[in-house]
Design a protein around this ligand. Sequence first.
Ligand code: NAD
Length: 284
Amino acid sequence: MTVCLLTGGCGYIGSHCYVALKSAGYDPVILDNLSNSDPDVVRRLQLITGSPVTFYEGDVADQPLVASIIARHGVQAVVHFAALKSVGDSVVDPLTYYSSNVGGVTALLGAMQSAGCRNLIYSSSAAVYGMPERMPITEQASCVPQSPYGHTKLIGEQIIRSLVAAPDQASGHVGGWRAGVLRYFNPAGAHSSGLLGEAPLGVPSNLVPYVSQVAAGLRPYVRIFGNDYETPDGTGVRDYIHVMDLADGHVAALSRLLQSPEQAMVLTLNLGTGTGYSVRDVIN
Ligand code: NAD
């Protein structure tokens, strides 16, 4: 059974991917510092999958810890979700975002290198595109991020591409590393059990959990930022993808990487639906 390490596996996307990977026959192990998730997710994953969950509480920047988990479990691939993800917070506190998101990638890759694991799936974001000239956005569109968060995700991609292209220090040949760079659009929804979902600590920075909390009476109203965009109802339009479809995208990308163990590659893929919904659509 292929063992994969999910950094940030207790978070929204990571926990749903855990379920999808487990049902596809993988053996996932979780590392999470619980900075934006609830430890009860581990119990819920056990309930859903009917088997024990291997969970480590710790930080992805802790290289000795990450290398030891890879060695102990024979980890063959890492799916790297662990990051800070609020565009607004990244504008207010860019240093924390660069340090956590970019520092997290370099630390993780170093730990993987030292432990001999060279297959990576990386959580990138449609935020790397910034304000695209054409819709729908393809992977060939220019990357001009508009926020520190988007820059951290693009720098992470660039670090991964450099590593995949680098000659192996022992053999001098390019090779060894394979990466899937997955640019998510807006994940929404939850696992059908109702046991998982998007439950951020603090004020949600994404629209769907915010609207859900208002619908549940936990917050008084939704503030709409801007009603004069060039969209049918004037409010911002985004591409929302169901989180379990997103999770299936990870399973497919990982299986593609593992099919060609000798070939260096970077698969760069958008994960969205190609259809947009406005803020008013979502509220309605
Ligand atoms: P999330 O906050 O729910 O999950 C991230 C998890 O990582 C949390 O459980 C958190 O505790 C953990 N974590 C954060 N920093 C860590 C660290 N240094 N060490 C160990 N664990 C750490 O976020 P999410 O929505 O599941 O997003 C997962 C990934 O997908 C992130 O990289 C994010 O940038 C990316 N992404 C998310 C969206 C979105 O709208 N949700 C869109 C595009 C990309």
